[in-house]
Ligand binder design. Structure first.
Ligand SMILES: [Mg+2]
Length: 371
């Protein structure tokens, strides 16, 4: 068994609402889909969608790296798949581009799980694996009345955990939004906030103390990604559990967060970390350190989100809902994808990733065949 063909195709999907990033508002998600085909007729899929401001890679750099890297993947035999996944961090063209590594890592995992006849989650997680993954809803930074409306709608649909974006506004404005949300959803719904690095430590402590009355589940990335000292202080003085997101860049940064006691929770984005193997390594750091894990996406297409969903399911029961229900942020998608039902997302039961793209998607794709 070996890989006989690789295909690579760019995509661009408009977002329903602009998404704040370190580089300004993002209005579309651009990425690359990788398909690896073996001589048994199986296709493994992977997604590379760099997020502006999240790492240094760009859509063109990820694509250029993938084109070169795929030359090393075509012709690979089955007994080399695991080694190839482990070696992606030293594969020169994509060593520095996490999302490109994630695409190949995911496509190889898809093929391996298909070969084993198991859904990817089950292949990764064994008997612990969840069939239904609890997920949170996300409320963008909109006016309080709209916050209340979106919150009430999510809760009516069975969502019991909501995340709302804060920071980038006055403390009073954030409080008004939280008051509207808490008022609309009642005391039982969990509310987490995400500041996306918006505050300095003093401001974070002041803001989070001012939000104490709203019973926050946790606060995500209150301060700059590299300010672990500041984050540790916020964790100690704000009275709110802290989740590290942008700070979690690789295994080493995850270890530093643990050593500095900078967070209670690690946010794991398999795509941003370089794939499922890297996500598993960060998970190991978290469980060694007694930190919880919440799996989220980079707002990528149905292909990358499926990988995040399988990974979340493979963790079994965890204390927090996962942020993998982000398909609604896209105006359209590349393939059918699971949607949350009563606050849970069903993991596809087909072997592998369980995602199929229409044939038409592949017209004009860059194609590489075994010589
Ligand atoms: Mg976040």
């Amino acid at each position: 068994m070996s890989i006989v063909r690789a295909r690579l195709k760019p995509y661009s999907l408009p977002l329903r609402d602009p998404w704040p990033s370190q580089d300004g508002d993002v209005t579309e998600r651009k990425g690359w889909i990788v398909a690896l085909e073996d001589d048994q007729g199986r296709t493994g899929l992977g997604d590379a969608a760099p997020f502006p401001g999240f790492g240094l890679e760009t859509h063109p750099s990820a694509g250029a790296g993938l084109k070169l890297a795929l030359k090393r993947i075509v012709g690979l035999r089955r007994d080399g798949y695991a080694g190839a996944i482990a070696d992606l961090t030293v594969l020169a063209p994509i060593a520095a581009t996490a999302t490109a590594r994630a695409a190949i890592d995911c496509a190889l995992h898809d093929l391996i799980a298909q070969g084993a006849g198991l859904p990817l989650a089950r292949y990764l997680g064994g008997s612990e694996t969840l069939r239904l993954v609890p997920v949170n809803g996300t409320i963008p930074r909109v006016a309080p009345a709209r916050v209340a409306e979106l919150g009430a709608r999510a809760v009516a649909a069975g969502i019991d955990t909501l995340k709302i974006k804060v920071g980038g506004a006055s403390i009073q404005e954030d409080q008004e939004r939280l008051r509207a949300l808490r008022g609309a959803v009642g005391p039982a719904v969990k509310i987490r906030v995400d500041a996306n690095e918006a505050w300095n430590p003093d401001r974070a402590i002041e803001s989070l103390r001012a939000m104490a009355g709203f019973d926050l589940e946790y606060a995500e990335q209150p301060v700059a990604a590299e300010d672990l000292e500041g984050m540790a202080r916020v964790r100690k003085e704000s009275g709110v559990r802290i989740a590290a997101d942008e700070s979690v860049r690789d295994i080493k940064s995850a270890e530093m967060i643990h050593y500095r006691s900078a967070a209670d929770i690690l946010i794991v984005k398999p795509m941003a970390l370089g794939g499922l193997r890297a996500a598993r390594s960060v998970q190991n750091v978290a469980s060694d350190g007694g930190l919880a894990i919440v799996v989220t996406t980079l707002l990528e297409s149905a292909v990358g989100r499926a990988a995040a969903l399988h990974f979340a399911a493979s963790l079994g029961e965890t204390p927090y809902a996962h942020g993998v229900a982000t398909g609604g942020a896209l105006e359209r998608d590349l393939a059918d994808a699971p949607v949350p039902v009563r606050g849970r997302m069903a993991v596809p039961l087909l072997p592998g990733l369980g995602v199929t793209l229409p044939d038409a998607f592949w017209s004009d794709a860059y194609t590489l065949e075994e010589e």
